[in-house]
Design a protein around this ligand. Structure first.
Ligand code: CA2
Length: 146
């Protein structure tokens, strides 16, 4: 089972700023992820929170809840949350960081990811496909480590 976590303001997807983040709503994005999970033979559970501490707790508890990997879009926390970085580093599941937009093609302050230092890798700029690529990687990784 894979945990897909979305951070602050991602509940607004599809409702505002469609030129940057596209027209897909969070509900639709989560349905897409669940569908890709089915195709890849992975169970997928999606959660979203606007609260840093809630994301930290979900990351800390993921292994005990039975998850084997995490796809994480930390939202703006990406750019400054040492607490999320510590949470990622403080557990042993593989984490793939994802972004809908290309964080390197936007404001300078978005081009730095603090949290990616704890992740296996980062997929950025492909809209919902960023999540699919992360799930494909995790499916491959977990197949190699049954
Ligand atoms: O591109 C991404 O996925 C981001 O993680 C999205 C974050 C942003 O702070 C990161 O720099 C890049 C923001 C999510 C906010 O989403 C909204 C969606 C619609 C309207 C307003 C905000």
């Amino acid at each position: 089972m894979i945990l897909v976590l979305n951070g602050p303001n991602l509940n607004l997807l599809g409702k505002r700023e469609p030129e940057i983040y596209g027209k897909t709503t969070l509900d639709e994005l989560e349905e897409l992820c669940e569908g890709w999970g089915v195709e890849l033979g992975l169970g997928v559970v999606c959660r979203q929170s606007n609260f840093e501490g809630q994301l930290v707790e979900w990351i800390q508890q993921a292994r005990d809840e039975g998850f084997r990997g995490i796809v994480l879009n930390p939202g703006a926390l990406t750019h400054y949350s040492i607490a999320l970085l510590d949470a990622i580093r403080g557990q042993s599941l593989p984490v793939v960081e994802v972004h809908l937009s290309n964080i390197h093609a936007r404001e300078e302050y978005r081009s730095r990811s603090v949290t990616a230092a704890g992740a296996r890798g980062l997929v950025s700029g492909f809209g919902p496909m960023s999540y699919k690529m992360a799930l494909v990687y995790l499916a491959d990784l977990l197949e190699a480590q049954p």
